[in-house]
Each structure stands twice: as structure tokens, then as C-alpha cells.
Design a protein around this ligand. Sequence first.
Ligand SMILES: NC(=O)c1ccc[n+]([C@@H]2O[C@H](COP(=O)([O-])OP(=O)(O)OC[C@H]3O[C@@H](n4cnc5c(N)ncnc54)[C@H](O)[C@@H]3O)[C@@H](O)[C@H]2O)c1
Length: 296
Amino acid sequence: MQKVAVIGAGTMGNGIAHVFAQNGFTVHLIDVAQPALDKALDTIVRNLNRQLAKEIITEAVKQSTINNLHTFTDLAAGVKDAELVVEAATENADLKLRIFRDLDQFTAPGAILATNTSSISITKIAAVTSWPGKVIGMHFMNPVPVMKLVEIINGYATESEVTDTVRELSLKLGKVPCIVNDYPGFVANRILMPMINEAICALHEGVAGVESIDTVMRLGMAHPMGPLQLADFIGLDVCLSILRVLHDGFGQPKYAPCPLLVNMVTAGHLGVKSGKGFYKYEGAGKDLTVSDRFRQ
Ligand SMILES: NC(=O)c1ccc[n+]([C@@H]2O[C@H](COP(=O)([O-])OP(=O)(O)OC[C@H]3O[C@@H](n4cnc5c(N)ncnc54)[C@H](O)[C@@H]3O)[C@@H](O)[C@H]2O)c1
């Protein structure tokens, strides 16, 4: 396998394109928005420069990575020769179903169709294609060039040869694949999101402040960052939408999103990407500063 198409050039798409290109694959990076593609290329070059400075890669690898990347705004043109497509567009079920209906039409027979969705059912996405056996979850973690895990999710109909190929590919990218089945939240988010939600509930109920909650989990549980900082990093809108998938999928009150999270998303306080969440990021220096709203 040599040709990979990545759909969506946002936070995850640029990272996924980066790791494939760095490992010798020809990558077609596709987005509906040209500015998103321009920004993605800037980000990839910045991240390559960081890897170069840390002597993780050589100048030759940096150049070949850049040469392996090609951008497209037209889906049909971008995917037509791809042997693997990794969809990393916005987390919206209707949008992903539309993209996979189009992929079914535009990709060559035999192409594997993977999605990086955090929470949408692989089985549901596969069902809109004419060959559900070729559809699989390939869930990279953020930031993709750094994080080792790829959670591979088998849909109800995913063929075992497809799982084997995606597992092998993940190893070629220097990642550690973990194969799981398609149930709400898969494994990563089924466990992570209730923890983040509980941290937000603890803040909402006044059990402790932002810094105390994050410090307890960092120093007490050896987590590299606290759950509130992590929520800001993931995006509070993304956290809310995953919790809604868990709540709908399992029908249990324990997954109900905390009202504070709902309010923050409604107010547009989405974390790092909007400059404001539990911490503030606009004009902030290296040190984390708690948002004024949560100063004790
Ligand atoms: N952010 C995370 O930490 C994280 C982690 C793991 C998985 N994911 C998943 O990865 C996917 C992408 O998330 P993100 O955080 O990169 O989102 P993002 O908002 O940063 O980027 C999404 C990109 O998709 C593009 N897009 C929208 N519709 C499109 C279409 N029809 N065709 C092509 N491009 C289109 C947008 O222009 C945007 O550039 C989601 O499914 C998300 O759940 C996110």
C-alpha cells in the first residue's frame, strides 16, 4: 500500500497526513476549505522543524515528508487512486454518512475506508456503503505525531483481512495498534469521557477549584495533565458530543453531560481552540492561567 487519502485537514487530519507522509506514503490531504489546507501544511512544517531540532528526523526525512504531501479541495480527485482513505472531518454523523456515501462512489474497488471518529458507530457509517466489510475505525490520538496508540475499531461487518491490513499499517507508522469492537465510545472515550465529566461535575458542585482538581489527578494518579486541561485540549464541544453518544447509546444517567459543560459549549467557551475554557489561552504565556470565571 502506497497511496493514502486523508479527509479533513484540521487538528487530527494534519497529524495523520504528517505521520503517513513521514513514513513514505503518498498522501492526498483533502478539505472543503482551502485555508484549512494552508494552515495544515504550515502546522506540519512547524512540527517537522520541531522534530528536526530534537534530532528525531533528518533534513532528508523532512523534505521527503513535504514532497509526499498533496492537497485537494475536490473529494473525487483526491481519493480516486487511494488504497486507504482515513476520514478525519468534523465530528458530525450526517456529514460523515454523506462523505462515506461519496467515497463508495469515488474510490477504487478494494480501497479500505477508515474513519478517525471519536464516537460515531463504525457499523452505522459502514451501512451506507455498498461493501461494509471494508469500513473500519482507525482512531489516532492527539497530537498524532507524538501519541503511540491507534485504537482500531471493528464494525459489525468489518472483514478480518481489513483489520489485519490496518494493524500492519499502524505498526509501519511506528504506532501501537489496539483492536476493539464497535460499541459507544469504543474503549478510549468510554473510559476517558466519564472521568472528564465527573471532574466538571466536581467543579460545578464546588468540591474544588480547577487547579485543585487537575493537581489531584496529575500528582495523585500520575496523569500527564489534569482532566479539565485535557478537556480544553480535546475541545469541550467534542467532549459534549461524545458524552451524548454514550448517553444515547447506553441510556444510563451516569453518562449525562454535566450542565456546566453544556453551558460552556453553548457560550462558545470550547477550550484551546476558542482561546477560553477552564483555562485561558489568549495572550497567555507558558504558564496555565485559570479562566476568570473559575478564579476562586
Ligand atoms: N481533536 C481531537 O483530540 C480528536 C482526537 C481523536 C479523534 N478525533 C476525531 O477526528 C475527527 C476530526 O476532528 P478534529 O479535531 O481534527 O476536527 P477539526 O474541526 O479540527 O477539523 C475538521 C476539518 O474537517 C473539515 N471538513 C468538514 N467537512 C468536510 C468535508 N465534507 N470534506 C472534507 N473536509 C471537511 C473542516 O474544514 C476542518 O478543517 C473527528 O471525527 C473527531 O471526533 C478528534
